[in-house]
Design a protein around this ligand. Sequence first.
Ligand code: GDP
Length: 188
Amino acid sequence: ACISRSRSCTSSSAGEPAEPESPYRVVLLGASGVGKTAFASIFAGAADSMDSDDCELCGGEEKIKTTVDGEPATITLVDTWDTEQHMQTGDAYLLLYSITDRTSFLRASELRITLRRFCPAQNTPIILVGNKCDLVRRREVSATEGRACAAVFDCKFIETSAAMQHNIWEAFHGIVRQLRLRRDSREA
Ligand code: GDP
């Protein structure tokens, strides 16, 4: 049975986002061609290698159990073309651009602004991800620019290469850490 949740991040009666419990619902956002499918494939590959009890594929969403800092976490990954619909259903967001494509970097900024509309809470975990960092000669966006943009947007930053499988799990684990920080700050 599919146990993935689908809910709005602004749905609680108090107007505050409901506290996400694992499974965490992570949405991939970004312009076409930045590597969302490649990210999802790596994730799906990890799911495929697990026992059937540990992963499920439902409605195009992939779910895996992993361990982050010694604590189990379940992540449901949503890779979608229907950006606006899924902006309302995530606990956290990976906002991808390609370091070889400045237009995709600008698109990431637009998406961050749109996301703020859908998820106005300050502490919605978002990581700005500069993908394709293996393509050094085709770089159009420096890591410094990426980091500065993330600082303005009040989110974390990481450069990845889906082709080289570099920093992909760091990105997913970073999201889980942020979700836990938010959980722990509310429990305190
Ligand atoms: P999407 O439209 O965002 O889903 O992008 P895709 O995952 O389909 O990737 C678009 C193209 O970029 C494909 O040809 C991928 O093989 C390639 N690609 C994705 N990530 C990387 C990467 O990290 N490095 C390199 N060199 N190519 C990548």
